[in-house]
Design a protein around this ligand. Structure first.
Ligand code: RIB
Ligand code: CA
Length: 331
């Protein structure tokens, strides 16, 4: 067990999403192993609507055994780009929501996600790690409402961007930052030590049905195992349809890369760079651009992931999910 001062306090900002769900399962395992403390889950629109991402987060917290964690409702976004339901299902969870109990959190009475971020970061400045695996709408709203609030986070870890590789939602842009590039620009300008795991490395993180089956083996009759196998099959089907994995039989667990950095940092290599985002380009809106010349007049604002040891990453990921499943409730 880690000493209390070493256990990261985390707010997860998320838009479930199949890969968000796997990341949230991983985080719940780490909480149960006392390697992490989950302060709140702030949801946002992106993969699917704010109502659906809220409901999914509530259901997954119940399924993973952390039903008491606060869930925030997403801040409304000005424009409404296309969602990613074609990848994640109309409910954002592989169209499996009807097979799970109803959410126990109430969307209508929940606090807004930006207010939770402001409240929590002000309460214990410098102590909370914000993991943002979704469009940055909530973080930007918090910064606009309370300028400087994002610097009160101990660290901000982002899944987003396509730096030296093609995009996924357009040839040039990655979905999270493309969905709300004005919000991303606010966050990119908020501090100089952002941590960014972009498509450059997450495209190597292919989760397979064999991995799902090995996790399920620790408790085959659990609700979690049954759900995890079905969600994996759904995500593999859409990944193949939309060529997310170039034909490999699996799906990309983009969002889990943020946890790989935080809990298994030896699995990823980094460099400093100035990251900027295009907000006006007709064809390039949402494109992320890097300047790694380290010029004084263009000071770096981020650590960007350059390589990942996918084998070691998945060894840790799968072992932690086995632990979560082993202790989870049977059907
Ligand atoms: O581009 C990958 C990101 O977009 C991930 O966060 C995934 O959940 C989707 O929202
Ligand atoms: Ca996501």
């Amino acid at each position: 067990m880690l000493p209390a001062f070493r256990v990261p306090k985390i707010i997860l900002d998320t838009d479930p999403g199949g890969d968000d769900i796997f990341a949230l399962f991983w985080l719940q395992s780490l909480v149960k192993q006392r390697f992490a403390e989950l302060i709140a889950v702030t949801t946002v629109g992106g993969n699917v609507s704010t109502e659906k991402t809220f409901s999914s987060a509530s259901r997954i917290l119940s399924l993973g055994g952390l039903p008491d964690v606060e869930v925030g409702r997403g801040v409304a976004i000005a424009q409404s780009p296309d969602d990613a339901s074609h990848i994640h299902g109309s409910d954002g969870m592989g169209n499996l929501s009807s097979q799970l109990p109803d959410p126990i959190h109430n969307y209508e009475t929940a606090r807004f996600s930006d207010d939770i971020l402001i409240d929590r970061l002000n309460a214990i400045p410098g102590e909370i790690t914000v993991i943002a695996i979704a469009p940055l709408t909530n973080l930007a709203a918090a910064e606009k409402k309370h300028p400087g609030i994002l610097r009160k986070a101990k660290e901000i870890i982002i899944m987003g961007g396509a730096l030296n590789c093609p995009g996924n939602i357009t040839p040039h842009a990655e979905f999270n930052l493309w969905f709300d590039p004005e919000a991303a620009e606010i966050v990119l300008n908020s501090r100089c030590d952002l941590v960014m795991t972009s498509l450059d490395i997450t495209r190597q993180l292919i989760f397979t049905r064999e991995m799902a089956q090995s996790i399920a083996q620790t408790n085959p009759q659990s609700k979690l195992a049954q759900f995890l196998i079905k969600l994996c099959e759904f995500m593999i089907s859409t990944a193949l349809t939309y060529r997310e994995t170039d034909g490999a039989s699996g799906f990309l667990v983009h969002d889990a890369a943020t946890l790989g950095y935080l809990f298994y940092p030896e699995t990823i290599l980094w460099k400093r760079a100035k990251v900027q985002i295009e907000t006006r380009g007709e064809w390039t809106r949402g494109q992320t651009l890097i300047d790694d010349r380290n010029l004084a007049k263009q000071p770096a604002n981020a650590w960007i992931a350059t390589q990942v040891d996918a084998t070691r990453f998945f060894t840790n990921f799968i072992e932690d999910l086995k632990i979560l499943n082993k202790g989870s409730e049977k059907i």
